[in-house]
Design a protein. Sequence first.
Length: 216
Amino acid sequence: MGIRERIAKRAAKELKDGMIVNLGIGIPSLIPNFLPKGMRIMFQAENGILGMGESPDKGKEDANLCNAAGYPVTTVDGASYFDSATAFAMIRKGLIDVTVLGGLQVSEQGDLANWMVPGKRVPGVGGGMELAQKTKKVIVVMSHVSKDGEPKIVTECSLPLTARQCVHLIITDQAVIEVTKEGLLLTEVMAPYNVEDVVANTGAFLQIAPSLKRIE
């Protein structure tokens, strides 16, 4: 199992039966592949789907059925289709239980920067801003450090923000960190890393949970 799949598998454990969940591009889109059999999650996409399923087998893709990023998806029993205006109305009204988004930086206050990639042209912040502000719980999944080895969990974001104080939980290839009113709380460490590795690779102060777990 690759790093992206490990992160997605851990994020899937945060979802509960009956939830309505929105998934961002990249690692979040892998989460449906790791749900326990029988769990009923209705995944929502901004392009107008409620009830996305696992990724289709190669050769069985439906060219007319894709998520907001344009990647092929399947649907589950009870799925429905609607226009983007309705999809965003669901988001703005606060009907989404959980959104799982990728991230470029997360601050110790829970600020999120995930839309402006340095040195690259991007069309705009998109729906991530509304998802980050209006969803009941925001989970960010990402690598712990950048390709240059710089911490992506920082005291204050240096990149343009998507939303302020919106992140509840951070899941990386090294750790699981809760964003609390008292600051960042390290609750789980991913093997082969240890607490010292995580602290050294984090650009903000970490409190260590008394019940710290290690994920093998």
